[in-house]
Design a protein around this ligand. Structure first.
Ligand SMILES: Nc1ncnc2c1ncn2[C@@H]1O[C@H](COP(=O)(O)OP(=O)(O)OP(=O)(O)O)[C@@H](O)[C@H]1O
Length: 514
């Protein structure tokens, strides 16, 4: 059974419901684009049709689309590439734009930049500058999509034509649900559709999801199916996390809570994956990750086969499986932070992931999904301490970053002393690797400015390289080895003397920790 939100995604602007004014403004923007050449920003709550409108408009106009996700890409490079191509007036298939007015729309590209409200956190990658350049120079229509207009930089806001998508009212949701039922051949009680529309007031996507789960593969839908068989949507995501990670007395209870949330199994998996290490420890964490890996496999099967029945196995794993991995119930309040994919809600995590990404040479998304969880598991509550110091020094983390990764309190002496020790370690290593490169200006001043600009240990290595041909690249090995030395270990720390020999000329990876 296909996902109805995808199956019934509007394919033409006229099918975008409940936002007639925004829709007309958007169409007018596109029709007159050649005269004004402004980018547009579509902003509004999740699930109100912004992304659908952008694609539908492109389809109506016969334009190709180029979609970029601002929070997931090495934005500067990617945007540069697309902006450059757009500026050359070439299409994805390489054909030139036709000059004559009638032919003009053929070969045009609509550049869709999703999550535009996340861009300004990517300062390290020059993402913001790249976007501003794109907005000013692109010779093709550009549409930015954002949930929160005011999270975008002022420069970006003023460069764009603003088009606001409002929450879709229950009154506008009902006809969409009715259409879907008709196309699916599902008999329905009008009251059932109204109930779904009311309980999802504002969010058309979640109404469509609710409809699909209430119908549950049957040929008819009654009010009873919605109120009893269907989800009552009383559980928000934090209630679900509390139930699974802390409170439920049985796997079955956790599973029931999963059915009562308004999230897909993909989203539930992302949430649990992101938050589990804030609550679980040791063996229970390892068991939970096994279930998350299973959930991920089932999600993979859903996408490979388009068989949405597999969703339920993902849900079993992420709720009942993770809950059953727990040794005990827990009380108290947990600061879970924001959604895993909406990094605007967590500036600390953005800073942490962008430092990891920069240092490891990977994308923000990889840093977030594949590196951060390991760091969190390995340095949980700052144990082992040496490793936590080494990590802090390597990524040049501040106290809030260490507290975020380890789950320890930011103001605790433990975290503060780790950050201090890491700072000393960085300075020692910078000195050891720099040779006399900074003799003129004074090493301390350089070390401070390096730390200030968040350039990371790589830069110290590069500077040392240019100074005298020594390979002074600092690796996590050095940092960890130094930490070991301090703890009384006599191991040789080859490579941190700046004498050009040794093993530290490669990129370091996670294995350097061990
Ligand atoms: N106005 C609408 N008219 C018709 N269908 C809609 C509308 N809004 C949302 N939908 C349904 O919800 C799904 C998701 O909508 P879409 O991705 O366009 O929302 P969005 O506003 O871009 O959300 P987000 O900010 O989370 O990306 C669509 O595929 C469609 O099934």
């Amino acid at each position: 059974m296909a996902d109805w939100t995808e199956k019934y995604r509007p394919t033409t602007l006229s099918e975008v419901r409940g936002n007639d004014t925004a829709r007309d403004e958007f169409a007018e923007w596109a029709d007159t684009w050649d005269e004004h050449r402004e980018p547009a920003v579509l902003h509004g709550s999740p699930g109100v049709g912004k992304t659908s409108a952008a694609h539908a408009l492109a389809a109506d106009k016969g334009w190709e689309t180029v979609e970029l996700n601002a929070s997931d890409q090495r934005t500067a490079d990617v945007i540069e590439r697309f902006a450059g191509r757009a500026a050359m007036n070439t299409t994805l298939s390489g054909a030139s734009n036709a000059d004559s007015r009638g032919e003009r729309d053929r070969g045009r590209q609509l550049v869709i930049l999703d999550e535009a409200d996340n861009i300004h956190y990517q300062k390290d990658y020059g993402g913001k500058q790249a976007v501003t350049k794109l907005l000013k120079e692109a010779n093709q229509p550009v549409v930015l999509i954002a949930n929160d207009f005011y999270e975008m930089s002022r420069g970006m806001r003023s460069a764009c034509r603003e088009i606001e998508f409002r929450d879709v009212s229950a009154r506008s949701i009902v006809p969409v649900l009715r259409d879907i039922c008709r196309r699916e051949g599902v008999e329905f009680e009008a009251r059932a559709l109204e109930r779904i529309a009311e309980s999802n007031d504002g969010d058309l996507r979640s109404a469509v999801r609710d409809l699909q789960s209430s119908v549950g593969g049957r040929a008819s839908l009654s009010l009873d199916d919605v109120t009893s068989g269907g989800r009552d949507r009383t559980v928000n995501i934090f209630g679900f996390l509390d139930s699974v990670l802390k409170e439920s007395d049985s796997a079955e209870e956790a599973l029931r809570t999963a059915y009562d949330t308004d999230e897909t199994p993909d989203d539930l998996t992302s949430w649990v994956e992101d938050k589990v290490s804030m609550v679980y420890e040791g063996e229970e964490l390892a068991r939970a990750y096994d279930h998350l890996a299973n959930a991920d496999r089932w999600l993979g099967r859903v996408y490979a086969t388009q068989n949405y029945r597999y969703w339920r196995y993902a849900t079993d794993n992420v709720s009942a499986g993770v809950a059953a991995s727990r040794d005990r119930t827990r009380g108290g309040w947990t600061r879970y932070g924001g959604a895993p994919w909406r990094s605007t809600k967590n500036a600390t995590r953005d800073a942490v992931t962008s430092r990891i990404a920069e240092s490891a040479g990977v994308s923000i998304a990889t840093a977030r999904r594949e590196v951060l969880p390991f760091l969190q598991a390995m340095t949980h509550h700052c144990k082992p301490r040496d490793l936590t110091v080494a990590m802090t020094a390597w990524y040049d983390f501040d106290t809030d970053h260490v507290a975020y990764v380890t789950g320890s309190g930011e103001s605790t002496n433990k975290v503060q002393s780790i950050v201090e020790e890491a700072r000393e370690r960085r300075e020692e290593l910078l000195e050891a690797h720099a040779g006399d490169a900074f003799a003129r200006e004074g090493l301390a001043a350089h070390a401070e400015s390096t730390a200030d600009t968040n350039e990371g240990a790589d830069d110290a290595g590069e500077n040392a390289d240019t100074s005298g041909g020594t390979d002074g690249t600092t690796t996590l090995d050095d940092l960890a080895a130094s930490a070991d030395d301090e703890a009384g270990d006599e191991d040789d720390t080859d490579g941190d003397t700046g004498d050009g020999g040794g093993r530290d000329d490669g990129q370091s990876g996670l294995f350097d920790f061990t």
